[in-house]
Write a protein that binds this ligand. Sequence first.
Ligand code: GLC
Length: 750
Amino acid sequence: MRVPLSASFLLLSLLLAPSPAAQAQKPKAPASAADIEQSITALLGQMTLEEKIGQLTQYSGREVTGPASNRKTDLLNSIRTGQVGSMLNVKGVADTRAIQAEALKSRLKIPLLFGLDVIHGYQTVFPIPLAEAASWDLAAIRESAHVAAREAAAAGQHWTFAPMVDVGRDPRWGRVMEGAGEDTYLGSEIAKARVLGFQGEKLGGTDAIMACAKHFAAYGAATAGRDYNTVDMSEQQLWETYLPPFKAAVDAGAATFMNSFNTLNGVPATGNKYLQRDILKGQWNYQGFVVSDWGSIGEMVPWGYARDKADAAQKALAAGSDMDMESDAYRNTLAKSVQDGKADVALVDDAVRRILRKKFELGLFDDPYKFSDLKREKKVLNDPKHRVAARDIARKSVVLLKNDNNTLPLAAPPKIAVIGPLAKAKRDLAGSWIVLADTNQITSVYDGLVQRAGKKSQVLYAKGCDVMGDSRAGFAQAVATAQAADVVVLAVGETWDMSGEAKSRTDIGLPGVQEELFRALKVTGKPVVVILLAGRPLIFNAIADQADAILYGWWPGSEGGHALADVLFGDYNPGGKLPSTFPRAVGQIPLSYQQYNTGRPVVDPKNIRYRSAYIDAPNTPRYAFGHGLSYTTFKYDNLRLSQPTMTAGQTVQVQLTVTNSGKVAGEEVVQLYLRDLVASVSRPLRELKDFRKINLKPGETQTVTFTIDQNKLAFYNSRLEWAAEPGEFQLMLGAASDDIRLESKLTLLP
Ligand code: GLC
C-alpha cells in the first residue's frame, strides 16, 4: 500500500523520535540564568509565606534516616508539607532517595538540598585540610576536593560544608586542623583550589557538589583559642588577614557561605549586617546563600544579643542569614514577625530566591533524584584511583622537621622496631570530621612499614604506652624491643578526637607519657625516628632536641601508613612545608611568622635587657612557617630584578635559579616574602606574597620567576584603603620564613 509522502515522513519521524523513557534520560540542556530567574519568580508567586520559610529551614537528618521504623514522624510530616528546604547528615543513595520522595509529596514538590560535612573525603579519607596545606600543591589539593565531590555526589549529596577557610594562628584552637594554616596568601590560594575542586567550573554535573566557604568570619581568632568564644580585632586586621580567603572563595564561585559562632567586636556573625550584607552581599556582590552554623541563630539569645528566638530570627534575617540550620527560629517565629511587620517579606523572598537558584543550577527540578543513583554510588565509591590520589597527597603533606646524620631514608636495616600508641592506630589516622566510619580500610603506620619492608627487614612492635594516661607499664617491653632492633620508629601524637570542633586545649604538649617513652627509648642509644600524628601543631621539645629524625604526618587518612612508609624508605622524598608556626611554649601564642620589628627588637639573643623578649624563652618558634627539609639540598642563586624601581602601574619580574645540589630528586617550595620598610602603619617583618613548588632532578637547575605588581605591595592603611605606598621594599626568597636565601630591594616610586 503506497503511503503518501507526508504520512511516510511523519511515520519515519515517529519511528526515529526518542521514546518517552529515552526523552526522560536525555539530559536537559542547563537552563540559562535568565530562565532560572524566571522560573524562580514564577514559583515564588505560588508560594505561601509558610512554604517560603520552609525553604529557609534546615534540619539534621539523623532523626529521619536509617530504618523506616525509627524515623521521627513529625519531621517527616514537616518535610512532606514543604516546611523544610534542606537536610544535612542524610547519607547514601537509599536514604536520600527516600527522604527526597517525602519532599516531593508537598504541594509545590520543591526538592530538598542534601548537605554534609565532607571535609577531607567521603569514603576515601584524605589527609586533614591542614595536612594538605603542608603540601603547598594546589593541583593535588584541588584533586583531593574533586575526588571527595565525586564520591559524595555519587552518594546523594548536593553540598559540602567545606572548605573551611578560617585563618588559624592559635594552635590551642582545635579547629586549626580544618583549615589551611596561618597565612592569608596561602590560605586564599587553597580556598580557590578547594572550591574549584568541589564544584568544578560549573555546578550541575554529577561529579560536583556545592562548596560552602566557612566560617564567616574570623572564627579562627577566638579569644584564648577557646572555641565559640568572642573575637575582637581591628578592621585592618579583619580585612588584611581574615577576609581575603573568603573573597578568594567568592571569586572562585563558592555556591554558599556558612557564618560562624563567634561575635565579631560584640556582634554575633549570624546577626552581623556589616559582615553578611555590607561586605559579602554588598561590596562583594555575592549571589549565593548563607547558611547559619548549627543553631547559631538561636544562640544569639545566650549571647545576650537577642531577647528570644523571634528577636534572633528578625536580626538574623535582616543581617543576611538566608538558611537556618537547626535552630527552629525561622520556622517557629518568622511568619508571625512578617505579619507583625517586624521582618521584611522582601528579605524572605531574597533568601528563598538565593536558595531556589542553587536547586535549579544543580538540576534538581529537572531530576530530584539526579544524585541518588545506586549503580553510580557503588561504582564511584570503590574507584581504586581515589586511593592513589589519597596516597599521593598524603606523601606530599608529610613534613621532614629534622634529619640528623641523614638518619632517613631507612636503608632496609635488618630490624626495625615500630613502637608507640599510634603505631597500629587506624581510626586516629583518619582524624576528626570523617563521613563513613569504615576504619578498617585505613592503613596504619605498622601495616605500611611491614608491607614496604617486605623480606628485607624484620619489623618488631611494642605499644609502649597509651596516648593518654600515665601508665609506664609498657616501657620495659618497648625498651627491650628497641634494644633488639637497629633503628626505632616511634609513632606518637593525638587521638583523632583531640583536635577538631570543641577540642580547644590549654596545653598542646604530647599527651600522657609519650615523651617519657621517647626518652626511655633514646637511652638505648639506637637511632630514633619520631613520627608525629596530630591535628594541630604540638609542642614536643625533648623530641625536637634529641630525636635523630622527625616526620610530621598530621592525620594522613586512608593511605597514611603507605605514605609514611614511602617517605621513611625514600620511595618519596618529602617536600612538605609547615603551613603553621610551631611554638616552643604555649606562652608564645599567638605566634605567627608575621612578627613586627617593634621599637626594641632583639639584636643579640644574649642581651635582651629592655628588649621585646621573654626572659624564659627565645622569641623564635620551635619550627617556623614554611619549614620543611628534604633528602636533597637546594641552592638559590642569581637573583635578578627586571628593574630596581617601579611605578604604581608597572610590574617587576623577579628571577632566580634553584639547583638541586644533592643526590636525589626532590620538590622545593620557593617562597617570596616582602617587607615594606617604612609605611603609614608599621608593617610585618615579612609577608608571603607568592610561591612556586618545583621538582628538580639531582644537579638540575630551574629558573623561577615571580611578578611583583602594586597589589603585592599594598596593605590596608588606617583609613581602610587598600593601597601601596611609595618607598623601599625588601624582597626575600627562601625555603622557609626563617630560611631566607637571597635578598634584594625594590623601590616603588611616587
Ligand atoms: C558544626 C560546625 C560546622 C559544620 C556544621 C554542620 O557545628 O561548626 O563547621 O559544618 O556544624 O555539621
